[in-house]
Design a protein around this ligand. Sequence first.
Ligand code: NAP
Length: 240
Amino acid sequence: MIGYPLEHSFSQKYFTDKFEKEGIVDCQYDLFSLKSLQEIKQVLAQNTDLLGLNITIPYKQEIMGMLASRDRIPTGLNACNCVKIVEGKLFGYNTDIIGFEKSLTPLLKPQHQNALILGNGGATAAVAYVLKKLGIETQIVSRTMHVGSTLTYDDLNESIVNKNLLIINTTPLGMFPHMEEAPSIPYGFLSGSHLCYDLIYNPEKTVFLQRAEARGAVIKNGMEMLIIQAEESWRIWNED
Ligand code: NAP
């Protein structure tokens, strides 16, 4: 995996445990903490047996410029979190899409026609892509209006919250170690018809999810998404 900083990586533990459990002895999942993406050239030169890479903050967009092919990334999606290496060339994928879609769809009900995405950052693109594909009308809520954002937190009122019965947190608010934080939305308007999904997986239940659950909403954290995207990366690295 490449990113910066990389002190706490779920993926390395996940793959190390997987290799042990499944008796895979000839594979290793390493972390490459790169201060600049240019350092990737050195990583590739010194690790010629690398099958692929996961890409995380802050390089999911920048890596796009280094890909030999981005054919497997949907048009208009400027984010790559998985690379397959073939003869030194980088082939880009986005496994966040499949992770989010597969973990979300079993929970969707007919009332989930409109969604709010909280935050407009690295992970938002995959979430917005999936919701569009599923035909769910989506608005992106940001602290200040910028490209792609359609609402600010100050705009959120009873009617907007009542209309948008699917709410997805793509901000890092509430993530370990700042577990007391939560997106600033009017939680009092949430109801049993809402589905609230948090991309965060540590802690298991963020303050956002706790408040939503207290209002009767169905809640889901980011752990299943993370596992699905990891397994999808593994499949991509090993397919012919
Ligand atoms: P990011 O790019 O650092 O932040 C996402 C967006 O959150 C920012 O662009 C910003 O949007 C908003 N934000 C950031 N700090 C904020 C603050 N203090 N207050 C309010 N809004 C704030 O993060 P990311 O890479 O998209 O990841 C977001 C979260 O998703 C992380 O917790 C990450 O671990 C998790 N994640 C999980 C999975 C999974 O598989 N479960 C996959 C990817 C990411 P605005 O500027 O528009 O307000």
